[in-house]
Ligand binder design. Structure first.
Ligand SMILES: Cc1ncc(C[n+]2csc(CCOP(=O)(O)OP(=O)(O)O)c2C)c(N)n1
Ligand SMILES: [Mg+2]
Length: 315
């Protein structure tokens, strides 16, 4: 049990340390453009990616750095991408919201809210014909649950028994607006019933719980039982974007969030398991060292050549 928890902690620290470094590099200048951090939401990506097979296709959102990392994409090309370097995962021309590394089963972030859901259906349908046995996982936010494309995708996946897992990261906000102000009936997972598929609200701050439910959903999907919707309850510890003044937070809200965020909770669980504090802290230190080395390497890489700007354009 402790070994699994330490592995989850390490996987989450790699994401958090990456995101904190990104925040610093955005403030200092090497990273430009819009950046959406997933600090506080790491357990969902860690738990889910642990049970994906190499052939499975994952589709994330603009808040998807953690999903790329959890899927196994190496760190240096991710930093390089954020800094416009030629060795970035997309040659330095995509940036924060468009990480894509198909060779790792990471079929991309998407800055169109809910945009990954129909594409995931296509990937799952294609898997039926190409013999790959692929399942597709698509991640989106609570706000995206009100996008027509997401509902069309859920209906399509259900009607055709497609092997798709719909993962909703319910961080309770859509940009600056609380989900409670936008929908009546707060249990988004209940909407699954309308499409004839299972829907579960789960603890998204617990990697073990996410792992359990995603494994289950994938089993159903692979046996031809169709899609599942998992509403993963979580919170972001940071603003919607870098520079968000977060005036919408209520008094005491951040204190409550910090008490139940996944890394703090796992630390408590490990201490209760009897794991020495020094061993737990070493996990963080190791992750931070790995992140610093990857960022430093990316900083020395050449920028993408402007002469190649028209390559990979389809118009
Ligand atoms: C189709 C579309 N509509 C609106 C936007 C602007 N927009 C960007 S992020 C966002 C909030 C989405 O919230 P949620 O789905 O909960 O995801 P979160 O940012 O909380 O992870 C909106 C409305 C967009 N990018 N795409
Ligand atoms: Mg949200």
């Amino acid at each position: 049990m402790s070994e699994r928890r330490l592995a989850d902690l390490q996987a989450m620290w790699r994401i958090r340390a990456f995101e904190e470094k990104v925040r610093d590099l955005r403030a200092e200048g090497p990273i430009v453009g819009s950046v959406h951090l997933c600090i506080g939401q790491e357990a969902i990506a860690v738990g889910a990616c642990d049970v994906l097979e190499p052939e499975d296709a994952l589709f994330a959102t603009y808040r998807g750095h953690g999903w790329a990392i959890a899927r196994g994409v190496p760190l240096e090309p991710l930093f390089a991408e954020l800094m416009g370097r030629a060795n970035g995962v997309n040659g330095g021309r995509g940036g924060s919201a468009y990480f894509t590394a198909a060779e790792y089963g990471f079929h991309g972030e998407n800055s169109i809210v809910g945009g990954g859901a129909p594409i995931a259906c296509g990937a799952a349908l294609a898997g039926r014909f190409d013999g790959s046995g692929r399942s597709a996982v698509t991640v989106f936010g609570d706000g995206a649950m009100n996008q027509g494309a997401v509902h069309e995708a859920m209906n399509f996946a259900s009607a055709f028994d497609l092997p798709v897992v719909f993962i909703c990261e319910n961080n309770r906000y859509s940009e600056l607006t609380p989900i409670a102000d936008m929908v009546r009936g707060s249990r988004l997972a209940d909407r699954a019933a309308a499409y004839g598929m299972p829907g579960h609200r789960i603890d998204g701050n617990d990697a073990e719980s996410v792992r359990f439910h995603v494994r289950d959903a994938l089993e159903i999907a692979r046996e031809g039982g169709g899609p599942t919707l998992l509403e993963c309850m979580t919170e972001r510890l940071v603003g919607h974007y870098i520079g968000d003044a977060e005036n919408y937070r209520r008094p005491g809200e951040m204190d409550r969030i910090r008490r139940r965020e996944p890394i703090a909770r796992l630390r408590q669980a490990l201490l209760a398991d009897g794991v020495p504090a020094g061993e737990i802290d070493a996990v963080e230190a190791g992750a931070r060292a790995e992140i610093e080395a990857a960022a430093a390497a990316a900083l020395t890489a050449p920028f993408a050549d402007p002469a190649t700007a028209r390559e990979h354009l389809y118009a």
